[in-house]
Design a protein around this ligand. Sequence first.
Ligand code: ADP
Ligand code: MG
Length: 514
Amino acid sequence: MDILKLKNVVKIYKMAGGGTFEALKNINATFSAGELVSIVGESGSGKSTLMNLIGGLDSDFEGEISYRGKNLRDYTAQELADYHKKSIGFIFQNFNLIPHLNLIDNVALAMTLSNVDKETRVKRAKELLEKVGLKDHLYKKPDQISGGQKQRVAIARALINDPDVIIADEPTGALDAETTDNVLALIKEIAQSGKLVLMVTHSDRVAAHCTRVLRIDNGELVSDEVTGKLEPLATRTEHDAIEVKNMSLFNAIRLAFLNMKAKLGRNTLVAFGTSIGIMAVVLMLSIGRGVTNYIKDTMNSYTNPNVTEVHRQSMMPDPDKQPDMDDHAEISRMQQNNMAALTGSGTDNDFTTKDITKLKTIKHVDRLEKGYSTLSLGTNSVSYGDKNATIMTLQTMSSNITKSSIVSGKAPGKDEVLLDKGTADLLAKNIVGKEVTFKLTIDGKQVEQKLKVSGTYEQQGSNFSTAIVRYSDLKDIFAQNGQTLKPNVVYLYTKDKDNTEKIKDEVKKLGFSG
Ligand code: ADP
Ligand code: MG
C-alpha cells in the first residue's frame, strides 16, 4: 500500500541577502508500508531538507508530497497538526531526552499534550519501553543509561502515538558499531510491523540493512534501488486508538518552530531536535518565549481590550547568542534556563518592585494587577474522587479573563479555582461547587491544596488544561510552603480601551513585552 508519494518535489531556500538556493531538485519517489528505506548522500546533499518536508515541518516547497493521497501543502493547519501527532514519529541522532525526567515520563511526554489520562500514558510508555528492552530501567534518568539505551527510549517515544511513518535522521550517528546493530534490529522490527521507516544515514553498513536505498547528490535523487525485502511480522500489537484533543498547541508549536527556524538558523534547531511529538517539549525547553508569546497572542484575541498583559523580556533567549553545538553542557544549561523561565521556576522573569512602580505610572493606566502564570509538563494536577487531570497552565485571575469566557459558575473567589471546561468535564459531569484537590509543585516540592471549583471557562483557540486561582490565594499557598510568590505577569487596566495601544507602546519603550 502506498503511503507517501513524492512528485516533482523542489525546495528552494530563500537566503537572507535575497538570493536563493535550490536544495532539492525534482524528487520523485513512492513509499509503501513495511519498507525500510535508507537515504544516503554526502553532508549538505539535502537529506535533512527532504526529511523536514516529508515530516511536515516545512510546507514551503513546490510539487507534491502526498500522504494517503493528499498533498501536504494543501493541508489545513488542523490536518497538519493531525499528521504530526498521529502519522509521523521522529527519531534523532542526539536523542533529545529530557534530563530530569525518568524513562517512562520521557516516553509518555509525547502523549501528555493530547489529554490522554495519566494511567493510559504510563501503561503505554511501559509497554513500549519493555518492547525496546528497557524493562529494568523504567525509573532511571537518561544520564544513567548508555547511548544505545537512550536511542531505544527515543524509539519508544517515536512510537507512542502509533504513527504510520517513522522518520529517523541519522539515528545511529552517535552510536558505536555494536550498539548500532542493536538499534538497527529494533528499527527493522518497526518496519516489519507494517510501518514505513525512512532513515537518513552516512553509513553503508546501516544502508545495507535496509530494503531500499535512495541516494541524493546535490539535491538530486541519483539512484533509488530496492536491495531486499522484509518478512512482515504476523502480529501487530494493537491498542486503542488515541483521541487527540489538544490540536491548537501543536499548531502553536509548529508556528513557533517555523518562527524560530527563521530567527535562530537551522543548526540550532537541528541540535535541539525538530521532532514534533517531542518537539513540543524540546521547543518549550529551548525557545520558551516563542511558544509562550504565540500562546499569549492567541489568547489575547479573546481577552479584554481594556487590559494590557505585560511580561518581562529577560526570559527571551538572546537570538544573537548561538550556543556551541558541540558543548553539551552548554546546551543543557540553556535548556534548563529556558525551562525555568517557561515554567516560572526561574526568577529572571519576576517583576521587581521598581518595575511595578514604572508600569503603574504609565499614563492612562487606571489599575495594575499582579499575576502569575506558569506552564508545566505534568507536575501540576487537579483531582476529584479517583479522577485526575494534568494542568498545563496555572494562572491567576485577572481582568483579562472576561465574563463571556466563563461558561458556567463564576470567577474564582477566595479558596476557589476556575477550570477550563475540558478539564472540568474530565473530572466530573457537574464539578462546579465541588471541592477538588489541587496538586502543584513549588520549588520541587509537591504541595496539595483543597479548592472549590467556582466555574468553568472556555477560550476559543486554546485547549490548554488550565486552572485559574486568585493571586492572593496562590501567594498564601506559596507562603505556607516557605516560598514568596512574585508576579511574573502584570495586567494594566485602562477605563477607555482607546488608550490600550498607547499603553502598549509605553510598555515596549520601558523594555517590557506587552
Ligand atoms: P544534509 O542533511 O544532507 O546534510 P541539508 O538538507 O541539511 O543536508 O542541507 C542541504 C543544503 O541546503 C545545504 O547546502 C544547506 O546548506 C542548505 N540549507 C539547508 N537549510 C537551509 C536554510 N534554512 N537556508 C538556506 N540553505 C539551507
Ligand atoms: Mg542532515
